[in-house]
Design a protein around this ligand. Structure first.
Ligand code: HEM
Length: 373
């Protein structure tokens, strides 16, 4: 059964969509509302994703063409330090409203992400957090610089939207339950520093990630009555925190040891270190898979959540587990279908196309066709 807060969030989202439609998801809108909205949108046929980058060498990415700039009125940033940084350096549109193709190119250029990894992330983002008609997704909330953030982040959509891509027990962002699931949280970063000093010799690395992942889950179990840690979040919750050991470490070093000053730059300021070189991009998908497995192995946790009271963690036997490599793919498809149970017309066409593109990121997995072939 859909969680009450998810239903509430979808209804608020529907209201927001009518008010500010072009990059908001369309879930929760009635057929009539959709019919009224469509003529006001720039509906596009989504183009296929970009192919792999020909240039995968280690290279300077904090360069003259991509200077860090502070936020302007209206720019948007969200829960992901990886894409926030790409936007603040102009690899993505600096306003934070992006297409999946822009995400794929930026992930490949800025970080050396391999094509399948970049496609999987970008099309999942569009499907569960973006507008499938305009082909746009917001990387987060409204800009902190505007001071206009609505009090309820679920109302915003974009990557902030809770329990689609964004989820609980993040390393530097609070749980949705406590009001702000997307802003950098200094107290949580201080905990990460403490764990890095205790387990990483003063750096963030895979050992730190394994211990801090366990700690954050235990904290959420003890504090958040609605704590949820089922796939997709269960699986992305290990991959997200592997990324810094691969993509935030200078590619000339590539030793998996992230300095905390550099970490602070990415997580808080959306900023590459000076002279930052990206990693060699020829093998990054395997590196991410291996790193996530190492983090999981430190404290294997099963997917599950609390059931309305703290300390009531119950394993969810229906959620894909860590040994299901296609679980992320099918979970994102399921989330999209729960948002759009019976799409019609151009919405159905665009969802089918984007689901096909999503599968290009998960080529080893059997393709599913929830809206027919
Ligand atoms: C299209 C590409 C991407 C999308 C849509 C995306 C989306 C997200 C989202 C929604 C979260 C919030 C999850 C949560 O903690 O609740 C997140 C977290 C995170 N992402 Fe990304 N991400 C992308 C690529 C990347 C890349 C390339 C990196 C690294 C270079 C990265 C690094 C991280 C990290 C470190 C976190 C954890 C933040 C924390 O727990 O405090 N992401 N991402």
């Amino acid at each position: 059964m859909a969680h009450f807060s998810t239903l509430l969030a979808l209804s608020i989202l529907a209201l927001q969509t009518v008010a500010s439609p072009h990059y908001q998801p369309l879930a929760g809108l009635s057929e009539r509302e959709l019919a009224e909205l469509i003529p006001r949108l720039n509906v596009v046929i989504p183009p296929p994703p970009p192919g792999p980058s020909k240039d995968t060498l280690v290279k300077l990415v904090n360069n003259k063409a991509h200077p860090w700039m502070p936020l302007r009125e209206g720019d948007t940033r969200g829960p992901c330090p990886g894409v926030n940084t790409l936007a603040s350096h102009g690899y993505l549109p600096r306003n934070g409203i992006v297409t999946p193709a822009q995400l794929v190119n930026a992930l490949q250029d800025g970080y050396g992400a391999q094509n399948d990894l970049a496609i999987g992330l970008a099309y999942a983002a569009l499907l569960v957090d973006g507008n499938p008609l305009t082909n746009l997704v917001s990387i987060g909330a409204k800009s902190p610089a505007t001071g206009l953030d609505p009090p309820n982040p679920a109302a915003i959509g974009g990557l902030d939207f809770h329990n689609a891509f964004e989820g609980d027990a993040s390393f530097t962002r609070e749980d949705f339950e406590f009001g702000d699931n997307h802003s950098f949280n200094q107290s949580l970063f201080n905990q990460l520093v403490d764990f890095s000093n205790r387990f990483g010799g003063g750096n963030y690395n895979l050992t730190v990630a394994g211990e801090y992942r366990f700690q954050r889950v235990q904290q959420s179990i003890a504090q958040n009555p609605h704590f949820s840690f089922t796939t997709a979040r269960f699986l992305t919750g290990y991959r997200d925190i592997a990324f810094p050991t691969i993509f935030f470490v200078d590619g000339r070093k590539a030793d998996g040891q992230l300095k905390l000053t550099d970490a602070l730059g990415f997580f808080r300021d959306s900023r590459f270190p000076d002279d930052f070189h990206r990693i060699d991009g020829s093998n990054t998908s395997a590196l991410v898979n291996n790193a996530a497995q190492v983090i999981f192995n430190a404290h294997p946790i099963q997917p599950g959540g609390n059931n309305g009271t703290v300390n009531s963690f119950t394993v969810d036997t229906k959620s894909p587990t860590f040994d299901d490599p296609c679980g992320i793919y099918t979970s994102f498809v399921d989330i999209a279908v729960s948002m759009y149970p019976n799409p019609q017309g151009v919405l159905r066409r665009n969802l089918k196309l984007n689901l096909g593109f999503l599968h290009q990121g998960f080529q080893g997995c059997p393709q599913v066709f929830p809206y027919g072939q």
